[in-house]
Design a protein around this ligand. Structure first.
Ligand SMILES: [Cu+2]
Length: 359
């Protein structure tokens, strides 16, 4: 599928609403240009025509009622039309079709989390959407005011602490799965995304935070970029509907470098353990940490704060990750482990890794 071209003023139109928004934009733009030419032209012409000259007396013109009524009423019609057309376009952008697929969006300094149906999160700052199907973003903020802005889709909406806001769009073109090293390697309006688990960078559409939610210059994120509102940048990847359904069913894929590992699942689980910060609270060598060590954890009998006990099997581990407060291990009621969302395959991988620590 060829990517459409942008214009001098606007990036390519990659959503169904984009042509409508652009038509509105250009209507207002050309009305402004025409008004400017007519008004400034008349001003220049009359100031020349009625300039002060010897032998010409100033003669006040009096009233021209018809003319005055015309230039009062004509703009009213123009403004009423502009309001109507703008309102219709606005409503199209606000009211999502019934069959839209939902994605939960959480803004936090300075990351976007996109939770797709069934709780599937690909990676932080990666939004996957199916091509040719409406998608509704249901958005909230964990801290300050953020704003989701996807220029190629012509959508922007604030993400406000303490309330939900929504927006929807339907992407019309697949994102090319093109590997890249810099933005110039990518099609118009795309940028070169972050390295994935395999160190490969591919082109994606940018999703900006359009709010000044950032830190002072000089504080850097893990990629060495200054953290400010403009680095709260996410990747939008438009995939086929089949690929999207497969993604929802299977969750994010295992990193390719684990294919060669002796135990690919455990390799993936180890990656998840460190990428998601589990290692901040859990050691794997028996040493003391805010949470219980994972060494020897698998298959052992756990004592819980309510006096009961149980064996650390698949179901227990799964529950401990998704609902950590369901059973509290004796001696660890002081620290609250946050609930995590993983696909079944990711949890299996974490368990596979945990098993290697009990052998
Ligand atoms: Cu932000």
């Amino acid at each position: 599928m060829t990517q459409p071209q942008g214009t001098v003023q606007l990036p390519p139109q990659l959503s169904t609403i984009a042509p409508e928004v652009d038509a509105m934009y250009y209507a207002i733009y050309w009305i402004s240009v025409a008004s400017f030419v007519v008004i400034v032209g008349a001003m220049l012409y009359f100031s020349y025509k009625y300039r002060r000259r010897p032998g010409h007396e100033a003669k006040p013109a009096g009233h021209a009622t018809v003319l005055e009524i015309t230039w009062t009423v004509a703009p009213i019609f123009l403004l009423a039309w502009l309001f109507h057309a703008g309102f219709v376009t606005y409503m199209h952008g606000v009211v999502a079709p019934d069959n839209a697929r939902d994605v939960r969006v959480r803004g936090m300094q300075w990351n976007w989390e996109f939770e797709h149906e069934g709780g599937v999160i690909d990676e932080l700052n990666v939004l996957k959407v199916p091509v040719g199907h409406p998608v509704r973003l249901i958005m909230s903020s964990s801290d300050v005011l953020h704003s989701v802005f996807i220029p190629a889709f012509r959508v922007k909406r604030d993400v406000v602490p303490g309330m939900y806001t929504t927006l929807w769009f339907e992407a019309t073109h697949l994102t090319e799965e093109r590997t890249c090293e810099r933005d110039a390697d990518c099609p118009e309006a795309h940028f070169c995304g972050r390295a994935d688990a395999n160190g490969v960078r591919t082109c994606a559409l940018p999703l900006f935070c359009a709010e000044y939610c950032g830190a002072p210059q000089g504080i850097q994120d893990s990629a060495g970029r200054n953290t400010n509102h403009s680095t709260m940048l996410a990747e939008v990847r438009v995939v086929s509907q089949e690929a999207y359904d497969r993604f929802l069913e299977e969750g994010p894929p295992a990193p390719a470098h684990c294919d060669a590992a002796e135990d690919p699942a455990a390799c993936w689980g180890e990656g998840l353990f460190s990428q998601n910060g589990c290692n901040a609270c859990h050691s794997v060598d028996g040493s003391r940490a805010p949470g219980p060590t994972w060494q020897g954890l698998w298959g052992s009998t756990r004592q819980f704060a309510d006096g009961s006990s149980g064996v650390a099997d698949e179901n227990y581990i799964r529950e401990s990750i998704l609902q950590p407060q369901a059973k509290i291990v004796t001696g660890y009621s002081g620290v609250n482990m946050p609930p995590y969302r993983f696909s079944d395959r990711q949890i299996d991988a974490i368990i596979a890794y945990m098993r290697t620590l009990s052998e």
